[in-house]
Design a protein around this ligand. Structure first.
Ligand SMILES: Cc1cc2nc3c(=O)[nH]c(=O)nc-3n(C[C@H](O)[C@H](O)[C@H](O)COP(=O)(O)OP(=O)(O)OC[C@H]3O[C@@H](n4cnc5c(N)ncnc54)[C@H](O)[C@@H]3O)c2cc1C
Length: 502
């Protein structure tokens, strides 16, 4: 039985481990951190649980092809309720609340009632949401792979998606912010700016809105960490081993025996003082960081150069607040324009929003509420400079203060009631997940192609890559699909039958 060593116990690594075991390989995961999940995580502070990863899960709906993969990996099962709350996003603007409803009829009526002067744009948005509500992430198998369970090519699904796909080139010429600017109503503009990042293209925005309109994109009970734990449990129950606090330092390469030219083979992984031999290695740690850090010399293949040159990493700062007040009457996801914008690390923050977990059980002590705030901006260099100057903690404290102050201007119940505060910077993410500049997704701006990368270098026979960076914009669906894909390639290369289901 061949031994596969997987670097990283994030969603991609756990997925790869599960499918490798099912297909008859031995599998060991090396994880630098003390637990599973990578970016798909949550943490406890002073009695509060802060959801630090997923806000919505594409494929949570049983109607989607991806749902089967989440079930095969143990991420979801019949006992895990999935919350599909409506509205999924609200804004306070000019004394009124504007909402993004999943129900597209309700959304249309709501938008028309608050902004009849935007009728033309609202109807166009409504039609696009309808078109995109049939788009979903397809699950396909590579040609030439021996499959234990063959599945028909999803032709009907792809044909149904055609009207939306044909709209893509036009939509991708605009950012979400430019599209939002077509609307006169300030609240609708703010909503459209905050579904996905403002500089994402409109195709990404509509794909997300379509996903919500179809009933997909729910939040599994227990959130990110519980989902990662279920996946780790599935991996271990199949006989896999996870070695936590075990950081892979380098992958040892050798000339491939009996092969001409420059083909190499991965012999195993150095972790601390230990060498762990492997018949195949799957790297699920951020590819953009791994191709430089895990190889000596660094890897340079044409697709890797494209990845280095073209990736625009999505980077954020994440502020978690434990509030001694019951905020369950407030929306779950509320945004507003600030009365007093502020500057953070050279960026102007003019609007702010929070995720409110007050209505979820177990996220806060009784009568209290857990809130999280995310600010997307590349502040990596700012925090590095702060760290070098010995001002890291102080700057984090200052940022928390200003956020609390601005939130309290909109939600006065917060003032003087924040008892727990926690700031995760890009350096925090880098330290915990080893990702390039602490980034957990990739920007998909206007006119940018949807870049995908091969999961295997041409020059190394038994090395595979998986994870968020392999297909822009990344996220959990990409992590799970590329973890599966890496094992499918391994199976194809070794003439092994790929076994997906239990
Ligand atoms: C605030 C936030 C909100 C998000 N919201 C959503 C959402 O709503 N929906 C969605 O789909 N996605 C969301 N994401 C993105 C999603 O969580 C990530 O894209 C996904 O979890 C990435 O998974 P991965 O397995 O590719 O990588 P990672 O999670 O980075 O896993 C890689 C693992 O490898 C380990 N590792 C790295 N280097 C080494 C080494 N040298 N040796 C050993 N181990 C190593 C790391 O510790 C990590 O555990 C969100 C992320 C964040 C941070």
């Amino acid at each position: 039985m061949k031994q596969v060593v997987i670097i990283g116990a994030g969603v991609a690594g756990l997925t790869a481990g599960i499918y490798a075991l099912r297909s008859g390989f031995k599998a060991m995961i090396l994880e630098a951190h003390s637990g599973p999940g990578g970016f798909c995580t949550s943490w406890r502070r002073g009695g509060y649980l802060f959801e630090g990863g997923m806000h919505w899960l594409t494929g949570s709906s049983p109607k989607t092809p991806l749902h089967r993969i989440w079930k095969e990996t143990g991420a979801l099962n019949e006992t895990v309720p999935v919350y599909v709350k409506d509205p999924f996003l609200s804004v306070e603007s000019g004394g009124e609340t504007a909402c993004f409803y999943r129900d597209s009829e309700k959304l249309k009526e709501h938008f028309l009632s608050i902004s009849p002067e935007d009728k033309k744009e609202i109807l166009s948005l409504y039609r696009d949401i309808k078109r995109f509500s049939v788009t979903t992430v397809p699950v396909m198998d590579p040609r030439g792979l021996k499959l234990a369970h063959k599945r028909p090519f999803p032709l009907a699904l792809l044909l149904g998606m055609l009207p939306a796909l044909l709209r893509m080139p036009r939509l991708n010429r605009m950012t979400a912010a430019e599209y939002a600017a077509r609307f006169r109503h300030q609240g609708i503009r703010l909503l459209l700016e905050n579904v996905v990042e403002q500089s994402y293209n409109v195709g990404s925005l509509l794909f997300t809105l379509g996903c919500f309109a179809s009933g997909d994109g729910g939040y599994p009970e227990g959130g990110s960490l519980n989902m990662a734990r279920r996946m780790a449990g599935r991996f271990e129950s199949l006989g896999g081993t996870i070695r936590y606090n075990c950081k892979a330092e380098k992958i040892r390469l050798a000339d491939a025996a009996g092969r001409r030219g420059s083909l190499k083979t991965a012999e195993g992984v150095y972790a601390g003082r230990e060498f762990i031999p492997a018949d195949a290695v799957i790297v699920s740690a951020d590819t953009l960081a791994a191709i430089d850090r895990l190889f000596d010399p660094a890897l340079h293949e044409p697709w890797m150069e494209t990845m280095r040159r073209c990736t625009r990493p999505l980077i954020n700062t994440f502020i978690s607040l434990g509030v001694k007040a019951d905020l369950s009457h407030l929306p779950e996801n509320l945004y507003f324009n600030l009365k007093r914008p502020f500057t953070y690390a050279g960026f102007t923050v003019a609007s702010l929003g929070f995720n409110n977990y007050a209505s979820y059980k177990g996220y806060a002590p009784s009568g209290c509420s857990a809130l999280t705030v995310s600010i997307t901006a590349d502040t990596y260099d700012y925090w590095q400079a702060a760290s070098k100057a010995g001002e890291y903690r102080q700057r984090k404290e200052e940022l928390a203060e200003i956020i609390i102050d601005r939130l309290a201007e909109e939600v006065p119940q917060i003032r003087d009631r924040v008892e727990v505060r926690d700031v995760a910077t890009p350096l925090t993410y880098e330290r915990y997940c080893g990702a390039y500049r602490g980034s957990w997704m990739t920007f998909m701006g206007k006119n940018e192609p949807m870049r995908s990368y091969p999961c295997k270098p041409r020059s190394i026979s038994n090395l595979y890559f998986a994870g968020q960076r392999m297909l822009a914009p990344g996220g959990l669906p990409v992590a799970v699909l590329t973890g599966r894909q890496a094992v499918q390639r391994l199976c194809r290369d070794t003439g092994t039958v790929f076994e997906g289901a239990d």
